[in-house]
Design a binder for this molecule. Structure first.
Ligand code: FAD
Length: 396
């Protein structure tokens, strides 16, 4: 039986990083045809590979302190240095988000070159049928292009990611394996995903499809970023960010103009153009298609001059606190991340090793650590992959 020091299951972001650093005889396996498929499609093909401001506060986890050690030991600046030294041109798009100038493939090439240089054996198109553990490590029963074969390893790193985009080969393998070894799993759901609606609200979304606007969105957490109506519902960064904090049945509150700004616009317009429609007060401040929809149902007079104090209050409330009731999200079909995963209580934050199973590591998205939109999820993949590799190095 082939013997390895380390077998890494999953050649995505975290698995590639871990493999590039892993010492000794290492096997990296993936059931997909190619490594790093999610990197390839990320950031619209340009990969938002990290965030200059990444810190523990940008992550959701049952234990908010869990990420601190890994993020501090392998920082965004470590990854940025590697990208720069590899000659990959990049730029900041907004809010510290760093993207490749050319293609996400530059990041995949950087990682796969380092994996090859480290002498790692890579087995793509390879599935894991069974994992058994014994006193000296783990036996994996694999099936690949050349048939079925067993392998033995001292260290097993699970880097199989989360459930989003099943049609790309995403699975819950990491969660199932954790359960096989008795590790607890936190509740999982689709995050960084658009909201969906039904009935009149869905009709409204359809009528506004393509309208983007700055907003402050609240539900569980508050984000001030762009929002976008689509044929299916509400998307854009603000919607994606809040979706990771949303619970089924919760309303989502949308501020499209602050209360102060709404009152100021109404007052100014009423004094200067009392004969104009109420909509006119918001021309230039909001997308034209959005204004009548945002004001609908408020029973407003024809002319600004006839508006009452109660109606000003109602408009102000609508603009600053427009409440919508999603009936769900688009789910794993389009989500960028899975919220939840292997419970961090069962893992060492210093090494990502399972506390009760020496040599068994969980890294990347399969762990109950979920980053915000903006390069934070890849940073977690790099940091967690790197610290697991260092732990293996010091144990070999
Ligand atoms: C459309 C999209 C865009 C994104 N854009 C960004 C972005 O710009 N910036 C950012 O920070 N994050 C982004 N993300 C999130 C980011 O891609 C993930 O958080 C990150 O890839 C997680 O890394 P990972 O290594 O844990 O998992 P993955 O990168 O998903 O890798 C898991 C690997 O395991 C393999 N695998 C799964 N199950 C098995 C199995 N049973 N047997 C063998 N192999 C298996 C998969 O084929 C895959 O190669 C995006 C996600 C999506 C879906």
């Amino acid at each position: 039986m082939a013997q390895f020091d380390t077998i890494i299951i999953g050649a995505g972001a975290a698995g590639l990083m871990c493999a590039a650093q892993a010492p000794g005889r290492t096997l990296l396996i993936d059931h997909a045809k190619a490594a790093g498929e999610k990197i390839r499609i990320s950031g619209g093909g340009r990969c938002n590979f990290t965030n200059m401001y990444a810190g523990p506060e940008n992550y959701i986890s049952g234990n908010p302190h869990f990420v601190k050690s890994a993020l501090a030991r392998y920082t965004q600046w470590d990854f940025i240095d590697w990208v720069a030294q590899s000659g990959i041109a990049y730029h900041e798009k907004t809010l510290g988000q760093l993207f490749c100038d050319h293609s996400a493939k530059d990041i995949i090439n950087m990682l796969t070159s380092a994996v090859s240089a480290a002498g790692v054996q890579t087995a793509l198109n390879t599935a894991v049928q069974r994992v058994e553990n014994g006193p000296a490590g783990y036996t994996l029963h694999l099936s690949g292009p050349d048939g079925a074969y067993p392998c033995h390893t001292r260290n097993l790193v699970v880097a199989t990611g989360g459930k989003p985009i099943p049609k790309m080969g995403a699975t819950d393998f990491g969660l199932k394996l954790a359960q096989q070894f008795g590790l607890p799993i936190t509740e999982t759901f689709a995050g960084l995903v658009p909201y969906t609606f039904q009935g009149d609200t869905l009709d409204m979304c359809k009528s506004l499809a393509g309208v983007a606007f700055p907003s402050t969105m609240r539900t569980g957490a508050t984000f001030t970023e762009a929002a976008l109506f689509t044929h299916r519902g509400l998307s854009g960064p603000a919607a994606l960010q809040t979706s990771s904090y949303w619970s089924a049945g919760d309303p989502v509150s949308l501020s499209i103009l602050s209360a102060d700004e709404t009152r100021r616009l109404l007052q100014t317009a009423r004094q200067a153009h009392g004969k104009r429609s109420v909509d006119a007060a918001f021309h230039g401040a909001l997308p034209a298609r959005l204004i009548p929809v945002a004001l609908s149902g408020l029973n407003l007079p024809q002319r600004l001059g006839d508006i009452t104090t109660a109606q000003i209050d109602a408009i102000t409330d609508r603009m600053a606190n427009w409440t919508l009731h999603p009936n769900g999200t688009e789910g794993y079909r389009t989500a960028e991340v899975m919220v939840g995963g292997v419970d961090t209580d069962a893992l060492s934050s210093q090494t990502l090793q399972a506390k009760d199973h020496p040599g068994l590591y969980f890294i990347g998205e399969c762990v109950d650590v979920t980053g915000w939109l903006g390069g934070y999820n890849f940073q977690w993949a790099w940091s967690s992959g790197w610290v697991a590799a260092q732990a293996i190095k010091s144990a070999l």
